[in-house]
Write a protein that binds this ligand. Structure first.
Ligand code: SAM
Length: 480
């Protein structure tokens, strides 16, 4: 191995072992560390600027994900760098879907929803959760003690009272004019370079420190919902990395199945769609989750919006190939979701743009880790929070919102949930709670690997034997 790596160092060619240039990445065989100690640092520095964006992305993950996922990280890392696994979502709108079902089982796959339903029954039996307790039938508002927030009018009134209240005035200690002067010069302990400041900013945006937020987020239990009866998806067993053939119009009038990451179905399952629901898909394109919602056959009123024309046209294509034509119960429009304010819906899906961990590790195209897209990347948590806040505002009191991403970034997952709730508490009269959906773990344990240490939502971790995700899902209920 060693002479081979020496050759890489001198020629700069790509390592066949790790897929990436040995000059930029620690190689699994550890020879690079050895070479580095022998005085090759300069070459590393020289190549720093020309690193592929995928390598920047991996280095970023090494720095910020490794401390979070610890001993799980090497397995997650290799899984992210490996081809992901797909499921086949059965198309209920196809006229001959029994034939498609048979075709899929003949391939060696199984209907994962059937298995999940059995696991749900077992879980309920164990937890004895079928019995609706008296307490859970009470209105949620009566069970939750929300921290009191000053309303805007109260703040104004208090301001007036304080103006007349001499005692309160005396308590205010003027800072200027006592021991310090406005003209005192206090030298900073250290002057940071632009690069250091940027690094600090990147670290702030990439990590989630809930000690900085003031509002405690309430997490409540709900009864384990039924799994959608008509949603069927087929997967190869754990450890089997066979691929599905591309769907063809072989059976019936429309495409028989849609290939997608099975973990992307969890946000739709968590939404628990019911007939008569009025549903908003706030970031809908290119439409994988929209199609999954349609497959539940419970979308009598579905509004899909996205701000990208080109991605919306893909949603329309999917609708044409799988449904035939856009159903009259579904509307599709190009809009900025952040501007929505009116509570028209009782189920809202907010599937936000995110780091897209898999994409940034394998493709240079449209890579968020391009230096030119740094600002966009650093703005993501803010953008995600604004979309989630708009989703919650669009939801009627009593309705639910599901927030999802396909990143492992704690800042873009739990961090955004907390920041949105903090914002709503301070800036509006809206009250929200997080709904505990940890029941997804025992129900889907045969298909997905979940991270046990999230704070609010559930996170599917990619593993080699079950290479789905990453997918973060959090369910929020609007109370007021
Ligand atoms: N839900 C989609 C699916 O399952 O196929 C994937 C959604 S993708 C992760 C995020 C989408 O959000 C992108 O299509 C992007 O155009 C859209 N988006 C970004 N900012 C938006 C905004 N302000 N309003 C509406 N859509 C937005």
């Amino acid at each position: 191995m060693f002479p081979l790596y020496m050759r890489f160092i001198s020629t700069g060619t790509v390592c066949t072992y790790a897929r990436y240039s040995c000059l930029c990445l620690p190689c699994p065989c550890k020879q690079v560390d050895y070479i580095q100690r022998r005085g090759y640092k300069k070459k590393w520095a020289k190549n720093e600027g020309s690193k592929p964006h995928t390598v920047h992305a991996l280095n970023h993950m090494e720095a910020f994900y490794k401390p979070v996922f610890k001993e799980r990280w090497p397995s997650i890392r290799i899984s992210l760098l490996t081809t992901s696994k797909y499921c086949a979502l059965l198309n209920n709108y196809n006229s001959e879907n029994e034939k498609v079902e048979k075709y899929l089982t003949d391939l060696g796959t199984y209907n994962a929803m059937e298995k999940a339903k059995l696991a749900r029954a077992k879980y309920l039996e164990k937890e004895n959760q079928q019995i609706v307790t008296e307490q859970s039938s009470l209105p949620i508002e009566s069970l939750i003690d929300f921290p009191k927030r000053p309303s805007h009018s109260e703040v104004d009134e208090n301001d007036d009272v304080n103006d007349d209240d001499e005692d309160v005035k005396e308590d205010i200690q003027p800072v200027v004019g006592k021991n310090t002067s406005l003209y005192d010069f206090i030298p900073t302990k250290r002057v940071y370079t632009d690069k250091e400041l940027l690094q600090q900013h990147i670290a702030r945006v990439a990590t989630f420190d809930d000690s900085l937020l003031e509002v405690p987020v309430k997490v409540i239990q709900e009864q384990v919902p039924e799994l959608p009866e008509d949603l069927k998806f087929f997967v190869y067993p754990k450890g089997d990395i066979s691929k599905f053939p591309n769907p063809k119009m072989k059976h019936g009038n429309l495409l028989g199945y849609y290939m997608m990451d099975a973990a992307s179905l969890l946000p739709v399952i968590a939404l628990d769609l019911q007939e008569n629901d009025s549903v908003l898909d706030l970031c809908a394109a290119p439409g994988g989750k929209t199609l999954a919602m349609l497959q539940t056959l419970k979308t009598e009123n579905l509004t899909c919006i996205d701000e990208s024309w080109s991605r919306l046209s893909r949603l329309k294509d999917i609708s044409k190939w799988y449904i035939g034509e856009t159903p009259s119960s579904m509307s599709v429009s190009k809009r900025d979701g952040k501007l929505l304010e009116d509570p028209f819906y009782n189920k809202v899906l907010v599937d936000v743009p995110c780091n897209t961990d898999r994409h940034v590790l394998i493709s240079e195209d449209n890579n968020l880790f391009k230096p030119g897209r740094m600002e966009e990347r650093l703005e993501l948590p803010k953008e995600q929070m604004e979309l989630l806040v708009a989703g919650i505002k669009s939801c009627k009191p009593g309705g639910t919102v599901v927030y999802s991403t396909c990143t492992l970034s704690p800042a873009q997952n739990d961090g955004v949930i907390h920041a949105a709730m903090d914002h709503l508490w301070k800036e509006t009269d809206i009250d929200t709670v997080v709904i505990d959906i940890s029941y997804l773990r025992p129900i889907f344990k045969d298909i997905f690997t979940f991270f046990p240490k999230t704070k609010y939502g559930q996170l599917v971790l990619p593993t080699l034997s079950s290479n789905f995700g990453p997918m973060y899902i959090c369910k929020i209920k609007r109370i007021r």
